[in-house]
Ligand binder design. Structure first.
Ligand code: B1M
Length: 212
């Protein structure tokens, strides 16, 4: 079994200490921090999702797997982000929308944006439209990045955009959306400026949105 396959299995099995050990070992072996996401963390969580959908896993197993994935991301985060002074690409208000508690993908996107030179204002999960508006005003953000993992909460992206428009901020910020159920069509239909399929795409998109 390769290092990444071992790590995927440890995440699926919810073995946080093993994930921590494997991450540290792989880093010592010269694996680049960004490689862990496409090769271990994302495929492992996709398998967890499949098992949840097929009723092989229930919430406790999923939570334990998410905690194990976090054992890796906690180590990788400081290695991915640059120092404050080098963050000049723009300020991004980042969140998972109201009613939605999924934050693994959002955290990966935030980490990748941070490592690409963006300053991140992370509102966490369950972020209301009002909280988004307040953060954009307070931090003079030029980008809003909203994530949703539930089909039932996608509509709260639309509410976030409407709240920004009501507050007179729509022309001052670019808005990008993403998350497993989100599509390019959905993004267009709610008036977002762009859709990111995964974290690397989100970084490219953020760069192009702030450049235009
Ligand atoms: Co939930 N859950 N969950 N869950 N969960 C899903 C989303 C689900 C698809 C599982 C399934 O049925 N197969 C399903 C949704 C079905 C639907 O809406 N149609 C579901 C459900 C039903 C639920 C509950 C309702 C279950 C219940 O209580 N009965 C409940 C809802 C709670 C709530 O939010 N209010 C619930 C709870 C949970 C846990 C708390 C147990 C846990 C979350 C822990 C946490 O996040 N801290 C959890 C998990 C872990 C999942 C799955 C298994 C994995 C999600 C994940 O972390 N994926 C998920 C199944 C799945 O998606 N395959 C599932 C890995 C992550 C790296 O991918 O988040 O897609 P993702 O992010 C990607 C891209 O989408 C993109 O980049 C990331 C990196 O590549 N991306 C962006 C994400 N945001 C972006 C933003 C961007 C750009 C790109 O720009 C702004």
């Amino acid at each position: 079994m390769s290092q990444f396959e071992e790590m995927q299995q440890a995440i699926i099995d919810g073995k946080a200490p093993v994930v921590k050990e494997l991450t540290e070992q792989a880093l010592r072996d010269g694996v680049k921090p960004a490689e862990f996401f496409p090769k271990a963390i994302v495929p492992a969580m996709n398998e967890v999702g499949r098992r949840m959908r097929d009723c092989e896993f229930f919430i406790p197993e999923v939570l334990i797997a998410a905690r194990a994935a976090r054992a890796a991301t906690d180590i990788l985060r400081p290695l991915l982000v640059g120092d404050e002074a080098s963050r000049s690409a723009g300020t991004v208000v980042c969140c998972t929308v109201k009613g939605d508690l999924h934050d693994i993908g959002k955290n990966i996107v935030a980490m990748m944006l941070e490592s690409a030179g963006f300053r991140i204002v992370d509102l966490g999960v369950d972020a209301s439209p009002e909280k988004i508006v307040q953060a954009v005003q307070e931090h003079k953000a030029n980008l809003v990045a909203m994530s949703a993992l539930l089909t039932t909460t996608m509509v709260n992206m639309k509410a976030g955009i409407a709240a920004l428009a009501s507050a007179g901020l729509r022309d001052h910020v670019k808005i990008m959306v993403g998350g497993a159920p989100v599509t390019e069509n959905w993004a267009r239909s709610i008036g977002a400026d762009g859709y990111g399929k995964d974290a690397p795409t989100a970084v490219d998109l953020a760069r192009s949105l702030v450049a235009n």
